[in-house]
Write a protein that binds this ligand. Structure first.
Ligand code: SF4
Ligand code: SF4
Length: 500
């Protein structure tokens, strides 16, 4: 075997004056970046194993540790950067596809940061959300052309709707890709907040059935864990066609992550790779999609809205139009900055489009075609804070999906090594000794806290605009101005430039 030409990505610095050789870092690191040297009777480091997840740094009782980028300077070259060359060394070592986790870290434009919100002055006074009511209640689902009311009651019942106390849901994360304790944290937080979490393609673990009224059950191409009881357990069903981090390809959960619980929940053999195919093998046209939507409605007595989730790709507005006409109640669009447990690096970093552009294009097209009321739009793909949410709603979304932000609230430090199954924070792992590091009660509280904080901030921002109901902001692009954007970008986003 030839010697690898790759160098470590990170350098572990251990302050000798502070280190008390307690070995906490040795026990905390699943990557074996810290080792106990029997002969020397001291803790030593293996820099090459470090993924910079900060677990040891956070747990060291004497703050003896710090992690830095490995101080190796390649000769400066704008074309052959250090990252490009190291990727080639890795592939020359292994002959394999480069895998990664979480969303893209490439410096693509983040349009949320080029959109500015409006605020009331003089004639349209702002509203103080601490003293006046502010409505964030959101209903997702098909809305009828008109409603007929007799004696204060609807004559025709509405199509099935999801009722959210705030326009934020947790997007799909499968049990297998994340630990059961993550799923429990999200489910409990969803129940507390009056919103929904999503099973992803991992099936529904028996411990989670009690959260059914706050659960969106997903049907993906692998159909893992899909059966009648599963479909009827949730409040809505999501057909996953695509995912922002890896449009056009399927999923792969390595066999090491398929322990007894995952195998039972997904209905696959233990330790077998769970490979979901790129396409649904029964969907090759809008008509096929219609068939699946109505099969799922039939299986659930037409009581649950059906969501179709797609990745944001080049012709996303035409695709969304077809999905609306196929009978979906909700369309979820996942932008290319969305996270993942595992994706080929080149796909993650090169395929798809930003959610901001996709959302604006889809909302405009559905309005132009007069079918916007037939579907609700939910968008995800790196919603980072409450301002992103307000901007998304103003651009046309009915609600947003968050995932990476929720995982960060649970302890994720974005090391992007989720695909290894060795997440030191107990998130993207099935190893019992790591899973137990995340207490679902504490996790639920932290995630609920995050969304409650965002809820307050959304109300503040709405109040500042003189708006007292999220409904009045939906698709109200007059509340947005673009800064540092080209005319073409502004045109696609449907917003004026700042100063106009
Ligand atoms: S956890 Fe901190 S004090 Fe303990 S051995 Fe590691 S570096 Fe030293
Ligand atoms: S979930 Fe865990 S492995 Fe994945 S990026 Fe976050 S800390 Fe790293």
């Amino acid at each position: 075997m030839t010697l690898s030409m790759n160098t470590p990505d990170f350098l572990i610095e251990r302050n000798k004056d502070r280190c008390i050789n307690c070995q906490v870092c040795v026990r905390q690191c699943a990557n074996e970046a810290h080792l106990w040297d029997e002969e020397e009777e001291k803790v030593v480091s293996d820099d090459a194993q470090c993924v910079n997840c900060h677990r040891c740094v956070g747990m060291c009782p004497t703050h003896a540790l710090s992690i830095r980028k490995f101080p190796l300077e390649f000769r400066e070259n704008a074309n052959w950067t250090a990252g490009t060359m190291k990727a080639i060394y890795r592939q020359a070592d292994t002959g394999g596809i480069l895998l990664t986790g979480m969303g893209t870290d490439r410096p693509y434009p983040i349009y949320w940061d080029h959109l500015l919100l409006n605020a009331s002055q003089v004639t349209n006074p702002s509203i103080d959300p601490l003293r006046e009511p502010m409505e964030l209640k959101t209903f997702l689902g098909r809305k009828p052309e008109r409603i007929v009311v007799e004696n204060g009651r609807l004559v025709e019942p509405l199509p099935p709707q999801l009722e959210l106390d705030l326009p934020i849901m947790f997007s799909a994360m499968s049990f297998g890709s994340v630990s059961l304790n993550v799923a429990k944290s999200l489910a409990q937080a969803a129940e507390t907040l009056g919103t929904f979490y999503n099973t992803g393609e991992g099936g529904l673990h028996e411990d989670l059935y009690k959260y059914g009224k706050n659960t969106i059950v997903q049907v993906a191409s692998g159909r893992f864990g899909v059966h009648s009881e599963y479909l009827n357990a949730g409040a809505a069903i999501e057909i996953k066609i695509g995912q922002g981090a890896k449009p056009g390809i399927g999923g792969h959960l390595p066999g090491e992550k398929v322990g007894v619980e995952v195998s039972r929940t997904r209905m696959i053999p233990e330790r077998s790779d769970a490979i979901s195919p790129a396409p649904h093998h029964d969907i090759y046209s809008i008509e096929d999609l219609t068939q699946l939507i109505f099969s799922l409605k039939e299986a659930t007595n037409y009581e649950k809205p059906v969501i179709v989730k797609i990745a944001a790709v080049h012709n996303v507005s035409a695709i969304a139009s077809g999905i609306a006409r196929a009978g979906a109640d909700i369309i979820a669009i996942d932008g290319f900055r969305g996270g993942t447990g595992a994706a080929p690096l080149r796909t993650r970093d090169s395929v798809g489009i930003p959610i901001e552009l996709a959302l604006a294009a889809v909302d405009s097209r559905l309005r132009d075609e007069g079918i916007r009321n037939q579907v609700s739009l939910v968008v995800g793909g790196s919603i980072r804070n409450s301002a992103d949410i307000v901007k998304a709603i103003a651009l046309g979304a009915d609600a947003v999906y968050v995932a990476s932000a929720a995982l960060i609230a649970l302890g994720c430090h974005m090391c992007q090594k989720c695909y290894t199954g060795k997440c030191n924070w107990g998130i993207a792992t099935q190893k019992p000794e790591l899973v137990k590091r995340l207490n679902p009660e504490i996790g639920a509280e932290r995630v609920a806290n995050l969304l409650k904080a965002w809820e307050h901030e959304v109300k503040e921002l709405l109040g500042g605009m003189g708006i007292n109901a999220i409904e009045s902001l939906r698709g109200n692009r007059l509340m947005l101005r673009g800064i540092g954007l080209s005319d073409r970008d502004l045109n696609i986003l449907g917003v004026s430039a700042a100063g106009e």
